[in-house]
Ligand binder design. Structure first.
Ligand SMILES: [Zn+2]
Length: 800
């Protein structure tokens, strides 16, 4: 029986391949390696009454799709399932919508990806199988709205879902499966059902943790055990689909591009990527405080895990997703397209996304068309290529977990994003890399950047140390390496010798940077209204202004960030950084007696600040011992009242708390920035912070620059190597990034002067702009130099 099904599968697959082979693709390549463009209509229960399949087939053709994702089952079934508890969509009637859609896709030579949702079930299911559902410590079922949450350790996942997968494969032969919410309950809820209690005892020899307490080793065990269970589910579902549908019938779940979201639901992105040839990512639009650059970086970090020859699909919303969720009205086309183009620049395969099969707002049906048609025309330059980068910006999911704990967004994700954003502005190419890939990537990177990677194992520290010893440069911020692999504080930084900096006294509270530092006289509550008066949120309440500021800082801030986006932060601490040497005695402005007359020259990382001795900061610093071979380039100035204006003067002029320490270790340059300006820039992009972070990269990178681009504007530049050619993407975000408003029009920039170094094997005799398609004048020597007269939304230049 199984053999027959498999033969049928192969036949069907061959027919589909035959259809797309006529589009110039080679036969024999599995669907997940040949479908460049995707579309998805998230079916609603109303849709069986109104789904115009023939119109959608035309739309698939207009948008040059090669694969479609359609809802199949899980919560509700869009086909007449044989499982009595697999509830049919309310308006399904006698229609077999899933069957019609898979059939339509196959007739058009498209791959069909069947979408499941295993996250919740209705009450009748709960009554039939009460032992399959998650339970609170008190034994109550865990609910969401009217529904019940099935436990990921129950037969629901081991028997019921596999049964549904087999049924769908036997009837419809989709090429593969996705599952929108496959990972079960998040980290904030411990399931105490009998299945969980028994499994945890069998595997770990102990009872479930009593509460979510990161200091409790049992809870940390439970976190790791929960991660392992998600990988088991991943493998189980793939065994089921491959056994029933053939070796290419894979199950790809769904993952979120936002790292803290992966952490919250125990999805280990790196381990998952080892288990699949196709990643399906969800992050449908720009969020408050984020930018288009973020989508490019997300594509690049996922490719770093799954490989640059494998495909990564991303859902991209055609409806209004960025500001509020208006699910059935159109996103402005400029906004949606720029998000798509940014993702494509990073290597995402576009998958446009609608909710509902019929919208009264018809504008959204035009949005993807030009992008997808352009993509089709140039697809061979958009896959199977490797990035060229100067710096690797390191991320670590285990640091998100064990350092970030319940505040991972503010402690881990915000510094990571803030750093990427600031470095983007330098036009020096950076690439996100996973902390466990440092050793493997070391040869092709000149600089490593560790943006507040608080928790690092001894091995990870050793990898970084070796990278610098051998001549790589390092930028690290905040409390990088101060915590071990469990997130417990070390006696000193794991990278203390590399930083040339040493902790004095015990490790501070995790949230100290968000509070005024000890000794910050008059920081809070002085005078009418108080320094931070009127600011809502986590900054002020009950902490007291003097001394011991770190204590108890976790509470309100954690709560604020538990549900917050990247753009929301605690109240600003109005602290500053005093630069060294102080130059104002010889700078235009008023002069006072006793003004320092420092001699000496500023370090190149302070370039551009010649007329100031003070920078805004907004965080806190702790006492550090600094090795004598290092230079301290700025020190902390504690906050002082902001109101009334009569009170705005420095109470404490100086401290010796270092904000930036530079020097060298082994053969490499090192910049250690205890002042976590990356976190600050992630919350609140202050230009001085961006400049200083950029200067750190410029200093550490030296002349390791694969290209330069001159010209005004805010744009992303991304370079790739593919065989004997280079491919340079430019994405224009001028007037589009860092604004809450959705983008309605593009602000054209140019001319841009571009110089690209030619590596061995690339001649530079031909330049092809894939967007403007107008010939470019260029000069070739060791590098190729050309001018892009105008950049509207994006350009891609192929250099051969
Ligand atoms: Zn359970």
């Amino acid at each position: 029986m199984a053999a027959t099904r498999r033969e049928f599968m192969i036949t069907t697959g061959a027919a589909a391949l035959g259809a797309s082979a006529s589009k110039g693709q080679s036969a024999g390549v599995p669907w997940y390696a040949r479908c460049y463009r995707w579309g998805q209509t998230n079916i609603t229960e109303k849709d069986p009454e109104r789904y115009d399949v023939e119109w959608w087939r035309e739309q698939w053709k207009r948008t040059a799709l090669q694969g479609v994702e359609m809802n199949a089952g899980g919560i509700v079934a869009y086909y007449p399932s044989k499982f009595p508890l697999h509830r049919r969509a309310q308006f399904l009637g006698n229609r077999d919508l899933l069957g019609e859609l898979v059939d339509a896709a196959h007739r058009d030579g498209l791959a069909a990806l069947a979408r499941m949702d295993s996250s919740r079930l209705a009450e009748d299911f709960f009554r039939a199988h009460p032992d399959w559902f998650a339970r609170t410590a008190g034994g109550q079922p865990v609910r969401t709205g009217d529904d019940y949450i099935p436990c990921i350790n129950s037969p629901h996942r081991e028997e019921y879902i596999p049964g549904i997968l087999r049924e769908i494969i036997e009837r419809y032969r989709p090429e593969g499966f996705a599952d929108n919410s496959w990972a079960g309950m998040g980290r904030d809820t411990i399931c105490y059902c009998d299945n969980c209690a028994r499994r945890f005892r069998d595997q770990k020899g102990k009872a479930l943790p009593k509460a979510a307490d990161w200091k409790d080793p049992v809870y940390r065990d439970w976190v790791r055990w929960s991660y392992a269970r998600r990988l088991e589910i991943w493998e189980l579902n793939n065994r089921v689909t491959k056994a029933a549908g053939g070796p290419d019938c894979i199950w790809v779940g769904s993952n979120h591009a936002v790292l803290a979201s992966q952490s919250n639901t125990f999805r280990d992105t790196r381990e998952i990527a080892k288990r699949t040839p196709l990643m399906l990512m969800d992050n449908q639009s720009r969020k408050d405080g984020g930018g288009f650059w973020q989508n490019t970086d997300d594509a690049r970090y996922v490719h770093g895990l799954v490989g640059w020859n494998n495909f990564v699909l991303e859902s991209m919303a055609m409806y209004q997703h960025g500001n509020g969720y208006f699910r059935v009205t159109s996103n402005p086309p400029a906004e949606a397209r720029l998000w798509m183009l940014s993702g494509i620049a990073g290597g995402f395969q576009p998958k446009y996304h609608h909710i509902g099969a019929d919208s009264l707002d018809r504008r959204m049906y035009q949005t993807a068309v030009p992008v997808m048609q352009w993509h089709k025309k140039n697809e061979r330059y958009l896959v199977n290529r490797t990035p060229v980068a100067t710096a690797g910006v390191v991320w670590s999911q285990s640091s998100f977990d064990f350092y970030g704990r319940d505040s991972a967004v503010v402690l881990a994700e915000t510094p990571y994003r803030g750093m990427l954003h600031a470095l983007y502005r330098t036009r020096i190419p950076c690439l996100p890399i996973h902390v466990d890939d440092i050793e493997g990537e070391a040869d092709r990177l000149a600089v490593l950047v560790l943006p507040n990677v608080g928790s690092m194992s001894d091995q990870q520290c050793a990898d970084v140390r070796r990278f610098v010893e051998r001549g790589g440069s390092l930028i690290a911020t905040g409390v990088t390496s101060l915590y071990d692999g469990d997130g417990e504080p070390r006696a000193d930084f794991g990278l203390a010798s590399v930083f040339g900096a040493h902790l004095q006294g015990p490790a501070p509270d995790r949230m100290f940077a968000m509070a005024a530092a000890p000794g910050a006289e008059g920081a809070r509550g002085r005078g009418p209204g108080g320094a931070a008066g009127g600011r809502a949120g986590g900054g002020g309440g009950g902490r007291g202004g003097r001394g011991g500021a770190a204590a108890g800082a976790g509470g309100p801030t954690s709560a604020l960030f538990a549900s917050g986006g990247l753009g929301r932060g605690p109240a600003t601490v109005h602290s500053y950084l005093r630069l060294r040497p102080e130059l104002r005695a010889s700078v235009f402005g008023p002069h006072i007696s006793g003004e320092p007359h420092d001699s000496g020259v500023r370090h190149p990382t302070l370039a551009g600040f010649e007329e100031t001795d003070l920078l805004p900061f907004g965080g806190s610093l702790i006492a550090l011992g600094v090795d004598p071979d290092r230079s301290v380039l700025c020190t902390y100035v504690p906050p002082f009242p902001q109101l009334p204006t009569d009170a705005v003067w420095m109470r404490q002029e100086r401290t010796d708390l270092p904000g930036l320490i530079v020097g060298s270790y082994g053969k490499g340059k090192v910049a250690f920035l205890p002042a976590d300006l990356d976190r600050r820039y992630g919350l609140d992009p202050i230009p001085d912070h961006g400049r200083l972070l950029g200067n750190l990269l410029r200093w550490t990178a030296g002349d390791n620059l694969p290209f330069t681009v001159e010209g005004t504007g805010i744009f992303g530049t991304y370079l790739y190597r593919q065989e004997n050619r280079l491919i340079l993407h430019l994405v224009n975000a001028t007037g589009a990034d860092n604004q809450k408003a959705l983008v309605e029009e593009y602000v054209a920039i140019g001319p841009l002067k571009v110089t690209v170094k030619l590596p061995d094997g690339v001649k530079g005799h031909s330049l092809k702009p894939l967007v403007s398609e107008r010939p470019l004048r260029f000069r070739v020597a060791q590098s190729v130099a050309f001018e892009i007269p105008q950049l509207i939304d994006h350009e891609v230049v192929v250099i051969e």
